[in-house]
Design a protein around this ligand. Structure first.
Ligand code: CDP
Ligand code: CDP
Length: 222
């Protein structure tokens, strides 16, 4: 069992992982790791350096040398703000392509583990409970129906003032889910020791309350 309390929240795209994990971290005063951001940053940095997203050795080199810093809402790559740039659907697709390359995953492993610090960490992604923090005290698998997730992503893009096409988003989410579940390394899957939480009909507050209730249960029994 890890001495640093860790809550691992995994699940498919737009299941609510990021929003829920961030709020749980705030409620507990824990650190927060958005592991997807590291894959997105790797895809963005590779693109900017002219490295093809399928070039495993090239992209792994970019991942190892990634110069990033997270400061609240700000995300800096090579010292420049990219918080907005990494959230595009194009970079989401790039992230899922580079994330399928074993050398890239290996290159980002220790960087993710370094986020584990006292008093605790809430980490969200696809393999937080399976590979990065297998000893996490609490593992949660968030889901929501494909329709609900596509609708959420659509609204999210509109709220950001970006163009959005629901049919294209639905296709994109489906392709990304497929790639994340089918890949040979660290595929997205529900572990037997992860607690499932379907957020299709749940608001963020309700989902956060459930995770906090589970945390209290685990914590008391630890
Ligand atoms: O991190 P992930 O891609 O799993 O999802 P997210 O970015 O946290 O959530 C995607 C969108 O769904 C955001 O706009 C959230 O506000 C919204 N959401 C929701 O409406 N209800 C939930 N229970 C969870 C998220
Ligand atoms: O916000 P959304 O859930 O759509 O994506 P994200 O969490 O930012 O992750 C972007 C992509 O990175 C995913 O489609 C995964 O392919 C990959 N990823 C991963 O492979 N492992 C993680 N721990 C986190 C993200």
């Amino acid at each position: 069992m890890n001495l640093i309390p860790i809550i691992a929240i995994d699940g498919p795209s737009a299941s609510g992982k990021g929003s829920v994990a961030q709020r749980v971290a705030e409620a507990l005063g824990f650190h927060f790791l958005d592991s997807g951001a590291l894959y997105r940053l790797t895809a963005l940095a590779a693109g900017r350096r002219g490295v093809n997203w399928d070039d495993e050795v090239g992209v792994a080199g970019v991942a190892v040398a990634l110069d990033v810093s997270f400061q609240g809402e700000h995300v800096l790559l090579d010292g420049a703000e990219v918080a907005h740039a990494i959230r595009s659907e194009d970079i989401g697709v790039g992230a899922s392509r580079v994330a399928a390359l074993p050398a890239v995953r290996a290159a980002l492993l220790e960087r993710q583990r370094a986020f584990a610090r006292m008093p605790g960490l809430v980490a969200d992604g696809r393999d937080m409970g399976s590979v990065v923090f297998p000893d996490a005290a609490l593992k949660v698998f968030l889901t929501a129906s494909a329709e609900v997730r596509a609708e959420r992503r659509y609204r999210q893009l509109l709220e950001r003032g970006e163009e959005a096409d629901l049919a294209a988003i639905t296709d994109d989410l489906r392709a990304r889910d497929e790639r994340d579940r089918a890949r040979a390394v660290a595929p997205l899957m529900q572990l037997p020791d992860a607690r499932p939480l379907d957020t299709s009909g749940l608001g963020i507050d309700q989902a956060v309350a459930q995770v906090l209730a589970w945390w209290r249960e685990v914590h008391v029994n630890a």
